[in-house]
Design a protein. Structure first.
Length: 264
């Protein structure tokens, strides 16, 4: 799996904002106290210690700025997540936005999510999840192709098998081939396709906590169906007027953005 080199600022930008604050405090202590003290005993190096002390606030301020940008970025992602109304909107996201939205969906299901900034658009582990002492790898593919085959699933399984991860998730905006699904059933990988992701996003906006973060509600015969128009979750409603007044029906949870309906 190929990787793309990114700067320290790029890495910190996708990490939680408080990490940049910790780095800023560490840098300030190093430049303002540790280095001046270290060079104080060296007559020829005392100037370096002075420069270090004078630069401490500047370098610490740069990391605080990155922390602020990281905080703002998290707010933007949350707002974008809440505004997604259908699967088509998910498919129109950029690859980086797609990864961030997937991470937000898992975050709202109780996982600690770390975005892997050193992995590029073309492959690698995009997210690392932690929950109840277990670690999971997530690979996201914003591919426009209709179906994803078994090869990338095998690659993810190889990474999981060679690490201490408990399992993994493969998330796409499209679908999977039967071969890919058969292989995933035999491994510790859960496949999340476009409709399942749209449902996952819709459910993550519900106020109630999830009983099982990895369970897909559509696999149960008694759960809410998916909207045929946008792929989002439907909710049970009751008609209040017209010829069907008093009768229950399924309506799209994204109404009025989407007006998909289905008989109850």
């Amino acid at each position: 799996m190929s990787k793309r080199r990114e700067s320290l600022a790029d890495v910190l930008l996708v990490l939680p904002w408080w990490i940049s604050v910790v780095v800023a405090a560490t840098v300030y202590a190093l430049f303002a106290f540790a280095l001046p003290h270290y060079f104080a005993g060296e007559q020829n190096m005392a100037g370096i210690g002075m420069v270090s002390k004078n630069s401490a606030a500047l370098f610490a301020g740069l990391f605080l700025l990155i922390g602020l940008l990281s905080f703002i970025r998290a707010l933007v992602i949350k707002r974008k997540f809440n505004d997604l109304a259908c699967l088509e909107q998910v498919r129109q996201l950029s690859w980086r936005q797609f990864e961030s939205i997937v991470g937000e969906a898992f975050r709202r299901r109780g996982y600690v999510v770390i975005e892997n900034a050193v992995d590029g658009q073309d492959g690698g582990i995009d997210l690392v999840l932690r929950k109840d002492g277990a670690k999971y790898y997530v690979q996201c593919k914003q591919w426009k192709q209709a179906k994803v085959g078994v090869r990338p699933i095998r690659e993810l399984y190889g990474v999981i098998a060679a690490s201490d991860a408990s399992g993994g998730f493969f998330v796409v905006s499209g679908e999977y081939t039967n071969e890919a699904r058969d292989f995933a059933r035999k491994s510790e990988i859960e496949l999340i396709d476009g409709p399942a992701l749209a449902e996952m996003i819709a459910l993550a906006r519900e106020p109630e906590p999830f009983m099982d973060p990895t369970r897909r509600r559509r696999e149960s015969p008694t759960v809410d169906p998916a909207c045929a128009l946008c792929g989002g979750a439907m909710v049970l409603r009751k008609a209040t007027r017209g010829p069907h007044a008093g009768l229950s029906f399924w309506g799209c949870g994204s109404y009025p953005r989407c007006r998909g309906t289905k008989p109850a």
